[in-house]
Design a protein around this ligand. Sequence first.
Ligand SMILES: Cc1cc2nc3c(=O)[nH]c(=O)nc-3n(C[C@H](O)[C@H](O)[C@H](O)COP(=O)(O)OP(=O)(O)OC[C@H]3O[C@@H](n4cnc5c(N)ncnc54)[C@H](O)[C@@H]3O)c2cc1C
Length: 324
Amino acid sequence: MAAQLFAFIPHANSRIDDTAPELAAAAERLFPGVPVTALVTGAAEGLEAAAAEATRFFPEVWKFAHADLAYPNAEILRPLLARVLPRGAVVLFTHNTLAMDLAPGLAVKLDAAYLPDVVAFEGLEGTQLRAVRQEFNGQVSTHVACDLAGGAVVTLRSGCFPAAGELSAAGRVVDRSGDVQGIAARRRFLEVVAAEVGDVDITKEEVLVSVGRGIGDKENLPVAEELAEALGAVVSCSRPVVDAKWLDKSRQVGTSGKTVKPKVYLALGISGSFQHLGGIKGNPFIVAVNKNPKAPIFQVAQVGVVADLLEFAPVLTEAVRKAR
Ligand SMILES: Cc1cc2nc3c(=O)[nH]c(=O)nc-3n(C[C@H](O)[C@H](O)[C@H](O)COP(=O)(O)OP(=O)(O)OC[C@H]3O[C@@H](n4cnc5c(N)ncnc54)[C@H](O)[C@@H]3O)c2cc1C
């Protein structure tokens, strides 16, 4: 099947998101050798650099510059993309909060299939794509078939499509800013409210020992704190741990918490919801400890340990202390 392929590139502070090469890698896995056009939208400031950076991974980058696109606004992006994308196109998004807002309505406008939160491709026969999705906060993996014949809007979970090797496209930027004209929005962006930093800044740490609901009780936290101390790391957590008031909000990793970029991320008793994984950037080395062998976190972890964290973490702490 010859498809017209597009990838919507998230970016911030003049840098494209770590998921941009993942979109290129996923497209290559789906349609080897078929060129992918990147879509980069924003206000003039920061957009030039982001578009230029995207040419490292995509042969053609369509740049859409407009003051109203300074902050991602699905109300503008939806009609814009419906205007510029050819019918039958396959469009890949990173599964983030913008895509959740934008992608379903875009699929309707394009009269295309909608396939959200994909964690793996299982095969493509003719126009029939078989993929794995996750539902119920990652508790259920669903194997789905999707007909790409009429086009598709597909959102991909970050971390699930790592680039196999160095990607290099040496592409070119095409200015499509004129296409934004005449599109207005009722939603207005007001301001960015920076999150509180708290006693430690987990966004700056290279090694994080992160605890989830699986820690069971506030009284068990020393198990993680001792491991973190042995590793020279800091303790972070998932949202239920904050909701239970076991740790401060400043320690929460995820879409409604902090975005972290450690080199190593130990996930203890964390299931791996996309809201949690959405806060982990920079492709860290992920070690997951979970007593459920089917926990979604194992799909993105480099090392998976099926064990009770309350038994495993103290043994690991001892081993690290001895090794040091
Ligand atoms: C709008 C919105 C925003 C959100 N933002 C965030 C966010 O920023 N960050 C975030 O983390 N979540 C966020 N969430 C919540 C998210 O959907 C998940 O509910 C949450 O991430 C689950 O946290 P968890 O993995 O700790 O808990 P669970 O999903 O309950 O998983 C606990 C895991 O621990 C394992 N386990 C249990 N006991 C043990 C044991 N003794 N040893 C080893 N493993 C064990 C279980 O097998 C399970 O996999 C958000 C949700 C919404 C709707």
